[in-house]
Design a protein around this ligand. Sequence first.
Ligand code: PHE
Length: 458
Amino acid sequence: MTHSARDSWGSRAGFVLAAAGSAVGLGNLWKFPYITWNNDGGAFVVVYLLAVVFIGLPLMMSEILVGRSTQLSPVPAFAKLGGRLWSGVGWLGVASGAVIQSYYMVIAGWSLSSFVQCLGWTFKGYSLPPDGAFDAFLSNGPLQIGLTLIFTLLTAFIVYRGIGGGIENATKVLMPALLIILLYLVFTTLTMEGRNQALAEIFIPDFSELGKEGFLEAMGQAFFSLSLGLGAMVAYGSYMGKKESIFKSALWVVVLDTVVALLCCIAMFTIIFSVPGLENRVSGSTIGMLFITLPELFYTEMPGGFLLGPLFFVLVAFAALTSTISLGEVTTSLLIDRKGWSRVRATLVTTSVVFVGSILAALSLGANGLLSSFTVFEGKAGVLSTLDHLAANWMLPTGGFLITLFVGWKLGRKFCLEELGLEKPNPAFTVWLWIVRIVAPAAVLILLINVFMGKDFS
Ligand code: PHE
């Protein structure tokens, strides 16, 4: 591969926006609120925030550092700095990326159908969907596959066009738009009566409610939401200029991602606690929380909601797209950098392989009995939930564990100092280094071992 063939970001805002585009996605809008709900909030949110600060931020800096110093995609980047053995970290990341992409496309497809549904409501008037409507939607196999296919093709098209081909420009407009609508959403929900109950549920911790599986999910969610542990930030960091501050860029991404997740959670919980009957409707399929709760708000409470409803789901689709692009980039850039394939060929091959997984995931929501009931992890029935649990809670943390060890011990102090643009260590650097060397990997390892051995913390 030649470096001159690589695009690079136009500015620091370019990197931050694209990386935030990768981070902010269905993980924030769809997954965080519903798993926070399933884990009874409070304590779960505290563990999540600790994981973001003590594992997420230092790991994000580590990944960017590896990418920027090599200007390569993950597998060759780890191979170059660490030799063949370490390139395994890159391969694990590619596998995680492919697994996540396969089921992520299915959920992303739901944003398209919600958009169409909202258009209908906007023009023909809102009517409360009957109980069980969402489950019926989930078990419609051909519809699920069709929506997934549309999303897959959209992603493939953009990955094929490459980093410079519009991702950056689109993100610059659409990310702030998403943030503004979210703020308006939260602002409106704060006038609703369920507000206090929602805030208490999210922010008042009760550790007796959180089992070890909850700890694992909170940590896994931090990896998933920040796009860490699979080398996505290595890939994006490889397009970053040498003059940018890795710390500041990473901090921006982490803060934006966390704020968006919390805002979504506040909005959705408040709606659930305010609208009579909604709690029942949601609890049957919490997985559909995003798509069930918000239309209530748009069409019954919110001034201008009939316009914002469809627009919001376009933005959800867009947020998902900027994430699927980064997942696609991990797998595609491997084939380009390693095999010297053209972008078209690499994109076609990765897209087709991933789509096979997507079909299985799409049929596992009720359409096919076997695929829907198949259970590996307790309480996670079906292909989609299994893949999600496997990737977010096991593969990404394992990848993150190895990456922190790699950067902390194998690359070591001198290398990191230079790459971070420091002449000599300052206190912040020393703290970071020891978190990367000891704190982050130990935290991940202890948790994984405990869950694996079936030990409870209490
Ligand atoms: N962070 C993305 C989200 O929150 C998902 C993702 C995970 C994207 C891993 C890339 C890599 O939706």
